[in-house]
Design a protein around this ligand. Structure first.
Ligand code: CP
Ligand code: NVA
Length: 342
């Protein structure tokens, strides 16, 4: 081998090691965390909530300086209320300027490739919160970005929601170990991450979906293995009454996700008898200590007003907790550069 080719091989190796070392950590889903990392993230969200609510000017200024003068990009191809507000709020808390890039604002998809767009956005920002259609789009962004990509909802996952949800559950119950969460609804992004997040925090999970809907196979396998290792129960059922047996946490989501509007009539039919209402709650043998959760936006078809606005409902606390989840994620992935135990 000539000296030139040895030098080139060494340079390439050096560059590739350097590239690896500089590669940012991305947030794709909850499954990527160890139990300890996930629990640490929830504690971080809780601490940041206390700091935010304390209005302590020293702590506010200290945090404000962490990303002062930086940009945080929100690359959103779908609409959003909570995710947009919480991300913009979290970026501002750390002194960064949030920049919302909706699907009609930039060249992506019409006039420019994902590769070029990602390289350009990541060269000028400290992280990219991305709301997309397919999970593959998140993976493509991760491949090309030089800054952390934060999955802000795709068809398969919604990790920011799961972080806020577990923070809410922890606030309501203190110790999460041994609780039971029952999901009555569709099988996609929100429950996929919520099931894994709950199991990681020691919560038994019962998922109730219509027979005609299939649960994601990867998530199911992952859930089964975490449940086994933690000695917890994970089950997929089709009968709401059975799924609610001894439940503490009752959760649902819209039956018609963004992009599925044309399937509305078919989905309403599939979910007949799945509405969470007082008749269902009274007929089921649920735990006396229970809460109702919903990631929002909510529609009457999936939950009646008497449950949604009841004292057992924590939906607005859950929505507010999206802010502290976004703060925790920015701190862990951007400020602490992916050191998830810090
Ligand atoms: N729960 C949630 O992600 O809400 P938005 O779609 O309003 O962001
Ligand atoms: N499953 C819903 C969640 C909205 C936050 C959707 O994808 O539209």
């Amino acid at each position: 081998m000539s000296i030139r080719s040895i030098t080139m091989t060494t340079t390439k190796r050096f560059l590739s090691t350097k590239h690896q070392q500089n590669k940012p950590k991305h947030l794709v889903n909850i499954s990527q965390f160890t139990n300890e990392e996930f629990s640490n993230l929830i504690n971080k969200a809780s601490n940041l909530k206390q700091i935010y609510k304390s209005n302590d000017s020293r702590l506010t200024i200290e945090n404000h300086q962490k990303l002062l003068g930086k940009l945080v990009a929100l690359l959103f191809s779908k609409r959003s209320t909570r995710t947009r507000i919480s991300t913009e709020g979290a970026a501002s808390f750390f002194g960064a300027q949030p920049m919302f890039l909706g699907k009609d604002d930039i060249q992506l998809g019409v006039n420019e490739s994902i590769l070029d767009t990602t390289k350009v956005i990541s060269s000028m920002t400290s992280c990219i919160f991305a709301r997309v259609n397919k999970n593959q789009e998140i993976l493509d962004l991760c491949k090309y970005s030089s800054v952390p990509i934060i999955n802000s909802l795709c068809d398969k996952y919604h990790p920011l929601q799961a972080i806020a949800d577990l923070l809410t559950i922890k606030e309501k119950f203190g110790n999460t170990k041994g609780l039971k969460l029952t999901w009555i609804g569709d099988a996609n992004n929100v429950i996929n991450d919520l099931a894994i997040a709950s199991l990681k925090m020691g919560i038994n999970v019962s998922v109730c979906i219509p027979k005609s809907i299939k649960f994601d196979q990867d998530v199911e396998q992952d859930a089964i293995s975490i449940a086994k290792e933690q000695n917890l129960n994970f089950e997929i059922l089709n009968d709401p009454i059975k799924a609610l047996e001894n439940s503490n946490i009752i959760v649902t989501d819209t039956w018609i996700s963004m992009g599925e509007e044309e399937q509305r009539l078919q989905k309403l039919k599939q979910f007949e008898n799945f509405q969470i209402n007082s008749s269902l709650i009274n007929n089921a043998n649920i735990n006396s200590n229970w809460i109702f959760m919903h990631c929002l936006p909510r529609h009457q078809e999936e939950v009646s007003d008497d449950i949604f606005y009841s004292d057992n409902s924590v939906v607005f606390q859950e929505a507010e907790n999206r802010l502290y989840a976004a703060m925790a994620v920015i701190e862990a992935f951007v400020i602490n550069k992916g050191d998830l135990l810090k």
